[in-house]
Design a protein around this ligand. Structure first.
Ligand code: SAM
Length: 289
């Protein structure tokens, strides 16, 4: 099987299998060998590693990963890609193809089966329509992982990096920064994909912290507070929290807490740092009814 990662061999495979791109699955296949090398290099994969690839497509990046890793487990949703993957990856004995939806897959079970429960490295050119749910799933379900090296839409990469006071700052920024250190690897032009996406793309690496940078007494509650704070973006933080319905605190408790923290009563959620959110959720948590 010819190596993928260029437009000629990609077009040949697509033609051989009469493959039709499915827009609903966010299918944009990589055709640039330099970018593929850069992704795999930045993921720092060694023969000791088990890699989880989300959405292998026709197996382009999977081939690159299989050359470096001990094992690659690739989860693909599209029925029509499974026979193609069996073909393009037939030379690799260290690849397992799983037919399924990553959001409905028991990833803990996969990690137990393929890596004895030890942390895996996630590498993916993500389907952009579900980037945020995938990242939140990986972190919030506490999947044992060392790092996540992913291609995402440029704006989404920026949302993961920014701090308070910017319009991009929100629940995704705080979740990523609570669990991991985000670093931009490279920007990727639309010409590196087939078909070309109509957005710009960026590769970002998220390196999991051993310990979160702030001290949250109840992590689930911290994220409930964060979500409530950004649900009603144009409202004040006090309104967002008091109206949330799932935090177990009334308006008076919210206002008292903001005062204790020296925050103005009209403060907005997008001005608080991660450490202030942790402090806020710890204080509110202790006042829960
Ligand atoms: N990795 C390939 C590459 O770089 O050329 C393909 C990347 S393409 C942007 C995204 C891939 O994710 C597609 O193959 C698509 O079918 C698959 N996909 C979309 N939604 C998925 C889901 N919920 N679970 C697993 N795979 C999914």
């Amino acid at each position: 099987m010819a190596a993928l990662g260029n437009s000629k061999n990609t077009a040949e495979i697509l033609h051989k299998y009469q493959f039709h791109f499915q827009k609903k699955y966010g299918q944009n296949f990589l055709i640039d060998g330099n970018i593929l090398d850069k992704i795999v290099e930045s993921a720092r994969i060694t023969p000791e590693d088990c890699v989880l690839e989300i959405g292998p497509g026709i197996g382009t990046m999977t081939q690159y990963l299989a050359e470096e890793a001990g094992e690659v487990v690739a989860v693909e949703i599209d029925d029509n890609l499974i026979p193609i993957l069996r073909d393009t990856l037939s030379a690799y004995t260290n690849v397992t193809i799983i037919h399924g939806d990553i959001l409905k897959t028991d990833i803990h079970q996969l990690v137990r089966e393929h890596n004895g429960g030890r942390p895996v490295k996630v590498v993916a050119n993500l389907p952009y329509y579900i980037t945020t749910p995938i990242i939140m799933t990986l972190f919030e379900r506490h999947i044992p992982l060392e790092s996540v090296t992913i291609m995402v839409q440029r704006e989404v990469a920026e949302r993961m990096l920014v701090g308070p006071g910017t319009k991009e700052y929100g629940a995704l920024s705080l979740a990523v920064q609570y669990y991991a250190k985000p670093e931009i690897i490279t920007r990727v032009p639309a010409s590196c994909f087939m078909p070309r996406p109509n957005v710009d793309s960026t590769v970002i690496r998220l390196t999991r912290y051993e310990e979160p940078p702030v001290d949250a007494e109840d992590e689930t509650y911290l994220f409930a507070v964060i979500r409530a704070s950004f649900n009603q973006r144009r409202k004040t933080l006090a309104n967002g929290l008091a109206n949330a319905g799932n935090l177990g605190v009334n308006r008076q408790a919210v206002e008292e807490t903001l005062a204790e923290m020296g925050l103005p009563s009209m403060v907005r959620g997008e001005t608080l740092t991660l450490s202030q959110f942790a402090d806020l959720s710890n204080r509110l948590g202790r006042k829960r009814a």
